[in-house]
Design a protein around this ligand. Structure first.
Ligand code: NCD
Length: 306
């Protein structure tokens, strides 16, 4: 049974096909209104979410399907000690496809190994977030017209940010990609990501603590929130949380066609004064996320029939 746990589970050709379907949905939404009639999506969210869960639910509803599920671990049998494997087997009896978010790295993989229906990883700990990456890729393609020959700056919590880890993995497969890593010392990209992805794929990368220095060379600036829930102590979080705040002054050295992205939620990382700048793409990412999730649900349900 085909699931989506890691963005690298999809080939470049499959990503192209998903982007093409998402673009077709955007252009012709009426053609898809009954595409998943009588199908059910279960959203199993063991960790808080606004965008990802509602985006999956809106995606299924716009395909004519229905949704069931829970939005916090303590309202499910996990609170009684049920294993992820048993939850996955149980939900396979009720639904046609699962979207699961879990604080533990690897939990959606365990679910996929035990479910008899496709499982989509909607974020596992600080590990992966493949559907956010699909939303990011659709946004980059629509805004820049390409996925190659780009300098992407990742700024903020590069240690715990799963959206960063997934997007770096995805971008490493395209030609002409350069990566600029902007973070405080304590929140640098984990060495396993550097070794297994950047160095292995020979992607040129630089590391800096200065957003201002990096700014002029960037085609894309991917801002991220400091991941409070993954810190061991509150003091460290408080010290690091406002390390980078993007405001109009910091954008002075930026390219005129810079694409400013953020997976959201934002806390303080981007001043609201940037929201009306034509380079701000983060709310477009939200909308694109729904369309690419529609494309993904269609693809996985189609493959499940075979
Ligand atoms: C991200 C996540 O959950 O990893 N949010 C999202 O799904 N768009 C980013 C974050 O929580 O900071």
């Amino acid at each position: 049974m085909r699931s989506l746990i890691n963005i690298l589970d999809l080939s470049i050709e499959e990503i192209d096909a998903l982007i093409a379907t998402a673009n077709d949905i955007i252009a012709n939404p009426e053609r898809y209104r009954e595409a998943c009639k009588y199908k059910k999506l279960a959203t199993l969210f063991f960790e808080p979410s606004t965008r990802t869960r509602l985006s999956f639910e809106a995606a299924m509803l716009e395909l004519g399907g229905s949704v069931l599920g829970f939005s916090e671990a303590n309202s499910s049998s996990a609170a009684k000690g049920e294993s992820v494997a048993d939850t996955a087997k149980t939900v396979s009896c009720y639904a046609d496809i699962i979207a699961m978010r879990h604080p533990k790295e690897g939990a959606p993989l365990i679910a996929a190994q035990n479910a008899t229906i496709p499982v989509i990883n909607a974020g596992d700990g600080s590990h992966n977030h493949p559907t956010q990456t699909l939303a990011d890729l659709l946004t980059i393609r629509r805004e820049k017209g390409r996925l190659c020959d780009l300098n992407i700056g990742f700024c903020g919590d590069l240690k715990f940010g799963r959206t960063v880890h997934s997007l770096i993995a995805a971008m490493s497969r395209y030609e002409g990609i350069q990566v600029t890593l902007i973070s405080p010392e304590e929140l640098k990209l984990p060495s396993y990501v550097k070794k297994d992805i950047l160095r292995k794929k020979d992607i040129p990368y630089t590391q800096t603590t200065s957003l201002e220095h990096a700014m002029p060379s960037l085609d894309i600036l991917y801002m991220t929130r400091v991941q409070r829930e993954r810190f061991f102590n509150e003091e460290d979080y408080l010290r690091l949380k406002d390390s980078y705040i993007l405001d109009p002054a910091k954008l002075r050295g930026a390219k005129s066609d810079l694409c400013i992205m953020h997976p959201l939620p934002r806390v303080n990382e981007i001043s609201v004064a940037i929201d009306d700048d034509p380079r701000a793409c983060y709310f477009k990412q939200v909308l694109n996320g729904k369309f690419i999730r529609m494309a993904l649900i269609l693809m996985l349900l189609e493959e499940a029939k075979r």
